[in-house]
Design a protein around this ligand. Structure first.
Ligand code: ASP
Length: 339
């Protein structure tokens, strides 16, 4: 089982169940950060790019190339996260993403710039690059968020091509899920990882983007945290930027990324800020002992180029690219550690 698979397992939805259930593989975790990874505060020079998960490596590579070619940071983000969006083997983002319970691939994405201008699309179907549509929303509309058919209509008007995003592989996974679950709440193993990218550019300005196919087997119409400014992504160019991955409902409930940025404003390091919000989320879910599926990970970067991440459960990692060390994976510390 890959580490991403270990990160979150999902449960099938009941026929009328509202909750999207996740479950986590390792039941032998204990609650204790003390023996976990050191809370490192890494001071780096600008520019720096940080993206969630291993698919962040390829995304960073592309975004870095664009930044170094003096392309605007928003374009670098669109090109960077566009790599996993277009990759059928990344089954949690864009083309090839796992569908909802109706077999429909529905996508969420958002983007934000140094001026706090933002654009977002949710419940978008048939468009391979929702992040690029979100950028158009930012640049060419007076709105922040377009959803569903309206978002699709807008995308088509802007020249995006409508295509089938359900690959044969994802269709087969869905068919298998249907057979096994019969729409009963049976535990289903699934990986699922949003790509969120944060950029501190050469001039010291912050930008961010986030794109996902959301929770697999979700109810048709479910929207997660990823297109919601303040939840899946937030930045304040005076302070820092943060982004989330994991159980979207938990992140929305706590305005997760916005809170991480606010804590950095109060002087916390990125890792400390991520840790405090992870702990808040954990505490607010009073039934967390029964919520083996409760997993959330944050990444954050501040104006000084310090960065960090933290998650509820182990297994969360992120890709970091800077001039000093190049592009590499870093492991986040977590509230719960394996024995
Ligand atoms: N946050 C995403 C959602 O809830 C899922 C993920 O990042 O794994 O849609």
């Amino acid at each position: 089982m890959s580490s991403r698979r270990k990160f979150i397992k999902k449960a099938a939805l009941g026929s009328v169940a509202i909750s999207s259930l996740y479950t986590y593989a390792n039941k032998s975790n204990k609650e204790d950060a003390s023996t976990n990874d050191v809370l490192t505060t890494n001071i780096k020079k600008k520019p720096i790019i940080i993206s969630t998960w291993r698919h962040g490596l390829a995304a960073n590579e592309e975004a870095w190339k664009e930044l170094k070619n003096n392309k605007p940071a928003l374009d670098a983000i669109v090109s960077g996260v566009g790599i996993p969006e277009a990759d059928p083997n990344v089954r949690s983002v864009g083309y090839g993403g796992l569908p909802d319970r109706e077999g429909k691939v529905t996508l969420d994405a958002c983007i934000m710039d140094k001026n706090s201008d933002c654009g977002s699309v949710s419940f978008l179907q048939g468009i391979k690059h929702p992040i690029a549509v979100a950028k158009k929303v930012l640049e060419e509309t007076p709105h922040v968020m377009l959803t569903g058919k309206g978002a699709l209509q807008f995308a088509l008007e802007k020249g995006f091509k409508e295509e089938n995003l359900l690959t044969e592989k994802s269709k087969q996974s869905w068919i298998k899920w249907l057979e096994k679950s019969k729409y009963k709440p049976v535990i289903n193993i699934e990986n699922h990882d949003t790509i969120s990218m944060l950029v501190l550019d050469e001039d010291g300005n912050l930008y961010g983007g986030c794109t996902t196919s959301g929770a697999a087997w979700k109810l048709h119409g479910r929207v997660g945290d990823s297109p919601i400014i303040g939840a899946g992504l937030f930045l304040d160019n005076e302070v820092g930027a943060a982004a989330a991955t994991g159980l979207g409902e938990a992140v929305i409930r706590t305005a997760g990324s916005a809170m991480v940025v606010e804590l950095m404003r109060q002087g916390k390091s990125p890792t400390e800020a991520c840790k405090e919000i992870v702990e808040r989320i954990y505490k607010k879910h009073l039934n967390h002992k029964d919520m083996a599926y409760l997993q959330v990970g944050f990444i954050a970067v501040n104006k000084q180029g310090e960065y960090g991440g933290y998650s509820i459960r182990p297994g969360f990692n992120y890709a970091v690219y800077d001039d000093e060390k190049g592009n590499r994976m870093e492991k986040a510390a977590s509230k719960i550690v394996r024995k």
